[in-house]
Design a protein around this ligand. Structure first.
Ligand SMILES: Cc1cc2nc3c(=O)[nH]c(=O)nc-3n(C[C@H](O)[C@H](O)[C@H](O)COP(=O)(O)OP(=O)(O)OC[C@H]3O[C@@H](n4cnc5c(N)ncnc54)[C@H](O)[C@@H]3O)c2cc1C
Length: 406
């Protein structure tokens, strides 16, 4: 049986989903992440499937693939507005749904828990849109994907790289009717910290939450809440919103995120998608501050679906050499660095109320106020975009320099 203490578990559910005797269950650990727990060990028949299905134990070396690069904007402006970047995910999903397929992705439940769900109509697709920077609950999803695949239904599964590799190992074989989409992933936050944050916002009546709303444009997005009537009832930028501050200071990620073995340049998915904050580097006509996605096509199947998306006229796109797109994207290949306060924060999350917790670690202070004012002034005088561009250019030069040294 799998020795869970020996792996840096990513919580993909593969071992628990494959166990024929239900010996491995997914339970929340004391940091709020779902993790496998061995129960009723005496029922184990030593079949070894749990070890075979673990993507961490069986992490494979990267293999060069189709490797086509594009920048993309979905033509439907409403969809682009709701998407974290340029809506490439929705374009892929629509092409699958129009073939009577099923799409899996991260959504909110009524209480705003982040959970993978399955949808089969374009009407429901909005639920999967936009990034939720919290580890999604995928219990039971892999078995359902397999059931649909075995019934010859087309399935698009989208998620973090660890979920994609977990699913691939769980399935144990290739399926022609499966389309895999992974995001470039900074890391995933603890659902416990998310619960605590929601507690601090319980008095705001909200129907929808977006981690990445383009309130001030794509390059300065906000955490935003909307009420039943569609009015924005809360918004706050990355320097001020307490959940975004916790996330982007790498204080509440799953432990495995700090040494992520799925940070790969060449992925096993059919598509890899991420943000293209500086499209003007590649094609100025894309730089409208409304969102652009980068997309890598990693397989022949991905290529076929991309052609379908083009034939449906769903996107505006521009081909870019894949290496040009991936240069300067640290999150694609490097794990985030653990914050020094992580353990203390997660320990306190079990003891303190949401307000006490966020007040202790993320108080509204002089620095956060100044950062906000500075950003707003830059926006007002029209320099925000230029400053962001200069920062990106510097980062890009540095990464390319490092790459050439290798
Ligand atoms: C946790 C996370 C971290 C990310 N980190 C980076 C980064 O560091 N740099 C970067 O350039 N891009 C990052 N991205 C990708 C980026 O935010 C967009 O998802 C990407 O640009 C695609 O946007 P879109 O406009 O095509 O579609 P959108 O509609 O915004 O994409 C939605 C897609 O994201 C998936 N998704 C959303 N939340 C989760 C979740 N909690 N778990 C699993 N899947 C989820 C959905 O299933 C769907 O496939 C991250 C995304 C996520 C979810």
């Amino acid at each position: 049986m799998i020795n869970l203490s020996k792996i840096d578990c990513v919580g993909c559910t593969s071992c628990s989903s494959i166990c024929p005797k239900n010996v491995i269950l997914m339970k929340k650990d004391n940091e709020g992440f779902f993790s496998p727990v061995i129960v009723n060990e005496e029922r184990c028949v030593q079949c070894g499937l749990c070890e075979k299905a673990c993507p961490v134990l069986n992490n494979e070396p990267e293999k060069k693939n189709t490797d086509l690069g594009y920048i993309v904007q979905i033509r439907d402006e409403e969809i682009r507005k709701e998407s974290a970047s340029g809506g490439m995910f929705s374009a892929i999903a629509i092409s699958v749904l129009r073939e009577k397929g099923v799409v899996f992705g991260a959504a909110y439940t009524d209480s705003f828990e982040v959970k993978h769900i399955e949808i089969d109509s374009e009407k429901e697709l909005w639920r999967l849109r936009n990034s939720k920077y919290v580890q999604s609950n995928i219990i039971g999803v892999f078995a359902r994907v397999k059931e649909l695949l075995n019934n010859n239904i087309k399935v698009c599964f989208s998620g973090t790289p660890c979920q994609i590799e977990g699913l691939k190992h769980f399935l144990l074989k290739e399926y022609d009717n499966l389309i895999l989409v992974d995001v470039v992933c900074h890391g995933v936050s603890s659902p416990l910290i998310w619960e605590k944050y929601l507690e601090t916002k319980k008095d705001i009546e909200k129907e929808k939450i977006y981690f990445r709303w383009k309130h001030y444009g794509y390059k300065y997005s906000t955490m935003s809440f909307f009420d039943k009537k569609g009015s924005e009832v809360y918004h706050s930028g990355v320097e001020s919103d307490k959940m975004l501050r916790a996330y982007f200071s790498n204080s509440c990620d799953r432990k495995s995120c700090y040494n992520c073995v799925f940070k790969k340049r060449y992925r096993v998915s059919d598509f890899t998608i991420w943000d293209c904050f500086q499209p003007r580097f590649f094609n100025k006509s894309f730089d409208d501050d409304k969102g652009t996605s980068c997309a890598l096509i990693n397989s022949e199947k991905g290529k076929k679906y991309f052609d379908k998306i083009v034939s449906l006229d769903l996107i505006k796109y521009f081909q870019v050499p894949a290496d040009d797109l991936t240069h300067a994207n640290k999150e694609m290949v490097d794990s985030v660095k653990k914050s020094e306060i992580r353990e203390e924060l997660l320990q306190d999350a079990r003891l303190l109320s949401g307000n006490e917790l966020f007040e202790k670690y993320y108080p509204v202070n002089f620095l956060s106020k100044i950062k906000k004012i500075f950003r707003l002034i830059l926006l007002r005088i029209g320099f925000y975009s230029t400053v962001k561009f200069l920062i990106y250019r510097k980062r890009r030069k540095k990464t390319i320099g490092k790459h050439n040294e290798k």
